[in-house]
Design a protein around this ligand. Structure first.
Ligand code: ADP
Ligand code: ZN
Ligand code: ZN
Length: 746
């Protein structure tokens, strides 16, 4: 008797295990790992999809059922992708099914359709993934088709309505009802023209490498047949891309393929043309602005080996390339590399697993590497390659000034703009040059600080800025739960001007218009950026229409490559320094470096003005000097002292419920259980404490943070707990999710 082990297409965590079936006579010689079959499931023997993962010798289950039929002739995945599925299930506390659906994109196997360049009507989730899970559970029985639409949208940022209808065989009415419920929103996006418009691409030849580039290229060339991780640390404009291009060229001449990962925001037409110019039709592009039909075409070209250089965002790390020879990950520090949905994988970790499986190098590159990666380079786990000089003679570094906002206050200036910044903006307007103003605003959490001396109220245990809760007028640490009364006077200088800090881009726009009524102003933030009105489009408008001033959140720090922008203002560096996040310094260093490194790329000298209440802060000062290694030294000793990654792992477990007490008691029980279980482990269990975003859509969120070195015992204990929870009655009203090393602890 031949037995096949399958993952079944059921999302419920309660059935998250592998199921055995008898392989019928007729399929005995054809069935392979990765194939899709129909299997009878449950008491009613309803037919559902199953994905073959193994052929065990025997099974512990009696009275096995038989596979009903074969649904696909071609395997969806091979053994190496299957190993990745197992890895993800374990490491990210996922289910088998969600891990599988992440590795193998939904809707693969569709027929080809060409709709490039058009405006495409489609849908996207209007609620968070967590909430989508809840909606799913509620409507699965009543409206199964709507449930499937939600599943599809949970795995794709955007899906064309015609694709939804084709994949699921539903009508437009199911989509419309979900919109009415506020679960999804209908939008239109412009589909990128794909494959690339080759009539506009100029072929390019390899440049003569600079000395530093040559050293890097040679070093990577020597390791092309081994698993080896390189960290290419190069200042902006040092020619990192040219290093990738030349290494990929060598890989191609060995008959192998390469994957190039880029953050969504930098996957621009210019970036694609650079690769197309060098490799012509050998490239394939994968990103979320492709219709599923087009994405499917690209997958076919990759699978068949026609496309050998895959350029894509996060999920391209799963691209089914033939004969992998190299993986490159550009801007490796970008937080968009961490998936926010279950399994919340980090692309860097997956890239390392794939490179290891194939015995090939992984090249991580950045001007401001993540502290994690730099730490590994210092420890000799990664090999550091450095590019210190710009490849091309270019504009000099900008003149960066830090402005002390405490002094402005003492001088009676209570506006958002220091005298100095206002003067600089005026000068820029008069000279007909453009200005970018940057406000780091993330969510609604606010901290308390003193405007007279710069003092910030922080958790004595975690060194994280405490968050102000308006209705209770108290301050809480979102890591450990430490709570204190709000302050009326500054403990440092006794000033009464101690209050919560927070302002939005809209307020900036108002004040700016009052100061400069004649200026044209454009705003870029979460309110103005949508699928239709993309980040890229706003930047294009800013450039083409010569808008005087662009105000924006962190989005504006990318792609600031404009000749005519000669002034960048950071309105409140404090907002980023005092995020309630242990990575606040790292994120600030990254942003300020980007901002100050980018003003004045053209022929005119650039200036940057950075406003802060903490002008002596060393992160700000080092960022202005673009001194990464000094920043790293300070930061790593802080992390060592307070025990934060990369010196340990952080496991975040969030309990969500409409019932505040239920969330709290469930979290408390788990914390007590863990204290007992982990007596022998080196694990520090913090909380339960309210999440930074405590109440979302009427649901309360409590968190436990575990500081530990993740090992098998800890992973098993947490997954077993999750499994038990999802079999219990409590799971009906409390959702529990676990995340490994989250990038945002919100
Ligand atoms: P990075 O990716 O490190 O920011 P880029 O690869 O974009 O840098 O290179 C910056 C500029 O320098 C580009 O215009 C590129 O064409 C140019 N460049 C890179 N390498 C060389 C080289 N060896 N000789 C001349 N120009 C180069
Ligand atoms: Zn003070
Ligand atoms: Zn704390």
């Amino acid at each position: 008797m031949k037995i096949a082990r399958v993952i079944v297409n059921k999302t419920a965590r309660a059935v998250d295990r592998l199921f055995d079936y008898i392989v019928p006579e007729a399929l005995r010689d054809v069935l392979q790992i990765g194939m899709v079959v129909n299997v009878p499931f449950g008491k009613g023997n309803t037919l559902i999809e199953g994905y073959v993962v193994d052929f065990p010798e025997s099974s512990n289950v009696e009275n096995l059922k038989e596979i009903a039929s074969l649904l696909s002739n071609e395997p969806l995945f091979d053994q190496s992708l299957l190993d990745l599925i197992y890895f993800m299930k374990k490491r990210y506390f996922s289910t088998y099914l969600l891990a599988l659906k992440t590795v193998v994109p939904y809707g693969l196997g569709l027929s080809t359709r060409q709709d490039a360049g058009k405006l495409l009507k489609g849908s996207q989730l209007a609620i968070s993934q967590d909430d989508a899970f809840d909606v799913l559970e509620n409507i699965r029985d009543k409206a199964p088709m709507q449930a499937r639409i939600i599943e599809l949208l949970m795995q794709n940022d955007f899906v064309a309505n015609c694709d939804i209808q084709m994949i699921l065989g539903c009508g437009i009415s199911a989509i419309k009802s979900l919109e009415k419920k506020g679960v999804i929103e209908l939008t239109e996006i412009e589909v990128f023209r794909n494959p690339v418009d080759y009539s506009k691409i100029e072929p390019t030849k390899a440049l003569v490498p600079t000395k530093e580039q040559a050293i890097a290229i040679n070093r990577i060339a020597k390791s092309l047949s081994d698993f080896h991780v390189f960290l290419l640390h190069g200042v902006t404009g040092s020619g990192k891309t040219e290093v990738f291009l030349q290494c990929i060229d060598m890989v191609l001449s060995k008959g192998q393929s390469a994957i190039v990962l880029v953050p969504e925001i930098s996957l621009t037409p210019q970036m694609i043309s650079r690769f197309a110019g060098r490799f012509g039709k050998k490239i394939a592009v994968l990103h979320s602005r492709l219709s599923l039909g087009e994405r499917n075409d690209e997958y076919k070209r990759i699978k068949s080996g026609e496309a050998k250089v895959v350029i894509g965002v996060r999920s391209a790390v799963f691209a089914p390339v033939q004969n992998l020879g190299l993986i490159v990950m550009d801007e490796e520090h970008e937080t968009s590399y961490k998936s926010q949905t279950v399994p919340a994988y980090h692309t860097r970790e997956i890239a390392a697993v794939r490179a290891k499986q194939s015995g090939v190098p992984l090249v991580l590159a950045s001007a401001t590497p993540s502290v994690e990666s730099y730490y590994k380079a210092q420890k000799g786990k990664y090999e550091l390659l450095t590019l210190n000089t710009r490849a091309k003679e270019s504009a000099s570094m900008p003149n960066v000034q830090i402005v002390d906002m405490r002094r402005e206050l003492a001088d009676g200036n209570r506006s958002l703009f220091s005298q100095q910044l206002a003067n600089e903006i005026r000068a820029n307007l008069d000279a007909g040059r453009q200005t970018i103003l940057f406000l780091n605003r993330r969510g609604f959490s606010t901290f308390i600080s003193c405007r007279s001396c710069g003092y910030v109220v922080k958790c004595p245990r975690c060194n994280i800025a405490l968050t102000y809760h308006k209705n209770k007028n108290h301050l809480t640490c979102h890591y450990c739960g430490y709570t204190q009364r709000n302050l009326n006077a500054c403990p440092e200088c006794s000033s009464n001007y101690i209050k919560h800090f927070g302002t939005g881009t809209q307020k900036v726009e108002e004040e700016l218009l009052a100061l400069f009524p004649e200026a044209s102003i454009l705003r870029m933030d979460l309110d103005t950026v949508s699928a239709k009105n993309s980040h890229q489009k706003i930047l294009e408008q800013f450039e083409k229409e010569k808008i005087d001033i662009l105000i924006g959140t962190q989005m504006v720090t990318k792609g600031l490559d404009f000749e005519n922008v000669t002034l960048v203002g950071v309105l409140a560096a404090d907002m980023s320094l005092n995020q309630d996040d242990y990575r606040a310094n790292e994120k600030t260093f990254d942003i300020i470096t980007q901002v100050s490194g980018r003003a004045g790329r053209g022929a005119h000298a650039g200036r940057a003005v950075i406003q802060t209440y903490m002008p002596e802060n060393s992160v700000l000062n080092l960022a202005c000097m673009q001194d990464y290694s000094a920043f790293y030294k300070e930061e790593i000793s802080l992390r060592q002292a307070l025990l934060y990654p990369p010196l340990c792992d952080l496991l975040s477990i969030v309990f969500t419920s409409f019932n505040e007490n239920a969330a709290t008691s469930c979290a408390k029980q788990f914390a007590t259980f863990l204290q007992k279980e982990f007596k022998k482990e080196q694990a520090d269990i913090l909380g339960p404490s309210p999440c930074s975003f405590y109440k979302i859509n009427n649901k309360y969120r409590k968190r436990i943070l575990i500081k530990c070195k993740l090992n098998d015992t800890i992973i098993r204990t947490v997954s077993d707990y999750l499994a038990r929870h999802y079999k219990s009655k409590e799971s009906k009203f409390v959702t529990v999710s676990a995340e490994t090393n989250p990038v945002h602890i919100l």
